[in-house]
Design a protein around this ligand. Sequence first.
Ligand code: LLP
Length: 419
Amino acid sequence: MTLPLTEHILYTQDQLHIEACSIESIAAKTTTPFYCYSKAQLLSNIHHCQAAFKPHGMDIHYAMKANSNLSILRLIADQGLGVDLVSSGELLRAQAAGIPEKSMIFSGVGKTTVELTLAINAGVGQFNVESVEELELLATLATQHARSINAALRVNPDVAVDTHKNITTGRKGNKFGITIEQALSLYQCYADHPWIKLSGLAMHIGSQIQSVTPYRQAIEKLMALATKLEEAGFSINSLDLGGGFGVDYGDGANLDLVSVAQEIARSTANFRGRIIVEPGRSLVANAGVLVSRISYIKEAQPNPFLILDAAMNDLMRAALYQASHPIVPTNTDNDSAIRHYDIVGPICESTDTFARSYPLSKSLKAGELVAFLCTGAYGSVMSSTYNSRSILPELLVSGTETQIIRKEITQAQLIEYEL
Ligand code: LLP
């Protein structure tokens, strides 16, 4: 495994640093576990993404579900990106971060009446509609509120992708989108609707994808559909190709954004409208770490257990997708021979296991810190309070400055909501 360290999250003199701050110095000022992000790394990821897609004139809408902390959203918005959102909660956050409503795309299979009404009245720029039933409801609400709606149909292109089965979304049997065959009749049905303007197609085929092939295959189908619709007299002004671009979690595999952009440009060369992409993970994953303290090293067979103070509720990805995040000591000063550990959290579930037989220094001790690398995406946002555990604080480092960007939601505060 090659550690996915970055220009801004790296070892300096045996100490893991985020920019100019050592993790140990950050941890000395807060409770563990905590999430910590590098502002410079975030900006560098955004700029890299813009450099890949902008020369082709493509629009970037950050899939904010990957990390929706307000400070992160503000940073992203300041760089001129729009957002892809999937709930009224995300809409509220995007508004609070100052993102213009016209730069918002509302995706999701189960938008409720309340959510659609809120988004319609807010003036959300584009609705990606995922079913006949949703389009009916959207049309009814748009009529009631006398608001013009810009909508795209999300189609399910039914292509195979090389990722974990739980994060594919563009296969037959997945709940997302309509079939390609349904699109023409929906366009015909809403052709003269006074408030609904269907003018785009959308797709999102999955997440943590490592190859451009499924994009090429899916875009081919989308392009064929766009041509068919245009031949039938409809103008297709935008193609939203979703996100899913894979990052390196330590196995060396990732999807280079420049090659994705080139592939998209090639496959859509005959399309004259706007192309949108919705990266989430690739903008934030490697900019964040989860820092945790070792509570115990419990001797056992076949491996000792490294029992951490972080658990599956703080970082769900291992329990949900058998995902592995590189786990590293924050101080490699006394690094000696290697020992293999089973790395677990304190929750009363056997799935509260981050890694099995994981090689780390033999000299590790209880009380020392470890960091989970590449946890800026789908880390904090997916946490829960299971076992009545708190919601972790989040910190943002910029140079020598460390700022709390979310306070811990404490165990006592959680109880306050119960009557
Ligand atoms: N657009 C839509 C409509 C999406 O549903 C998603 C992610 C994205 C864009 C962004 O995909 P990304 O670029 O981040 O791969 N919790 C899982 C990932 C679920 C992704 C859901 N949809 C994980 O931790 O791997």
